[in-house]
Design a protein around this ligand. Structure first.
Ligand code: 2RA
Length: 330
């Protein structure tokens, strides 16, 4: 069934990737509407060889026949306009963090918890990029071995901060520390500071990984801690995931399970220097897993290295995959 789709934030980094992924996956839309702020209105964007004129997002923007709206325009825009769209019968897939932890809003990674789409009430939240790539391998492991505790250490690309982050690194590598996105030079630094610091000493990014993982896996007993770090890499997030299971396991079985789980590619042959790399993951929609090895410091402990494209699988593609699931039932 062909549907009418809207892109809110169409000229941003994720917005433009929505359009690219819709085209690559030949998403079956009849009409496409592109919305952005007044300053971007009038710009042209392309999808499937067609040119679309970006319109200014207004309260009456959804007073037309739209089935699904993909939002990536920041939390404030989502807070204001997602309910307006939903009130007109539009199903919103929102990439901002505005709605993720609301109890009646599903937080979905299609390979992990597609069943949660059944109870949406008009707004569906796309998880944080660093959470999405982690839960794809964690889900099959949790189902088979029951996870007790997770320790996340992330190495996140500057594209996670949008154009400002990319510019900070580009200029920084030339010796110009313009510090538009970050309080310190990102070139030649690892900044243990993504988003803002909270009272508990964690950053919002770290608490997103902790809280979103529990909601997506549907297990609030999970013990999780996280350190999220910005590194001088343009694209793709890399993550060290340390896991403690309730049940015992054989590493061979873990490798077999992961290589046969949806959305995962195993790249794990250290003797031949084979392990997931950001430069290999860029531009793809899969989650790459390697360095699979037992953590001998605890009973039933495991270490993984997980890499994915933070703008694609971490944001745009995950949202389009949600939209593909939704149209199965329209
Ligand atoms: C970041 N995950 O990497 C956050 C938002 N994209 O900055």
């Amino acid at each position: 069934k062909k549907v009418n789709i809207a892109i809110v934030g169409a000229t941003g980094m994720v917005g433009r990737t929505f359009l690219k992924v819709l085209e690559e996956r030949d998403f079956p839309y009849e009409n496409l509407y592109a919305f952005a702020s007044l300053k971007s209105a009038g710009q042209k964007v392309m999808c499937k060889g067609m040119e679309y004129t970006v319109e200014e997002l207004r309260e009456d923007s959804f007073d037309r026949d739209i089935d699904i709206a993909l939002f990536s325009a920041g939390g404030d825009i989502s807070k204001k306009y997602a309910p307006i769209a939903a009130s007109k019968g539009v199903i919103v897939v929102d990439n901002s963090s505005a709605w993720r932890m609301e109890k009646d809003i599903p937080l979905v990674v299609p390979e992990v918890n597609p069943e949660d789409l059944k109870w949406h009430k008009g707004i569906i939240a796309n998880p944080n990029c660093s959470t999405i790539q982690a839960v794809v391998p964690l889900k099959p492991l949790h189902d088979k071995y029951k996870i007790k505790r997770i320790v996340y250490s992330t190495y996140q690309a500057v594209s996670g901060s949008g154009v400002k982050g990319v510019k900070d690194l580009e200029e920084g590598l030339k010796g110009n520390n313009i510090n538009k996105a970050y309080p310190h030079p990102i070139a030649n630094n690892c900044l243990p500071h993504i988003d803002v610091f909270l009272e508990n000493g964690y950053t919002k990014e770290e608490m997103k990984m902790i809280n979103e993982t529990k909601k997506i896996l549907g297990d609030y007993d999970l013990k999780i801690t996280a350190t999220t770090v910005r590194v001088p890499v343009f694209d793709c997030h890399s993550e060290c995931v340390n896991i403690e299971f309730e049940k015992s396991f054989e590493v061979k079985d873990i490798r077999d399970l992961l290589s046969n789980s949806p959305g995962i590619v195993l790249q794990d042959d250290p003797n031949n220097n084979i392990y997931p790399l950001a430069t290999n993951a860029k531009g793809t929609d899969l989650v790459y897993v390697g360095r699979i090895r037992r953590d001998y410091s605890v009973e039933n402990g495991l270490n993984l290295w997980v890499v994915a494209d933070n703008i694609r699988k971490g944001a745009a593609t995950n949202a389009v995959q949600i939209a593909e699931e939704l149209i199965k039932n329209l």
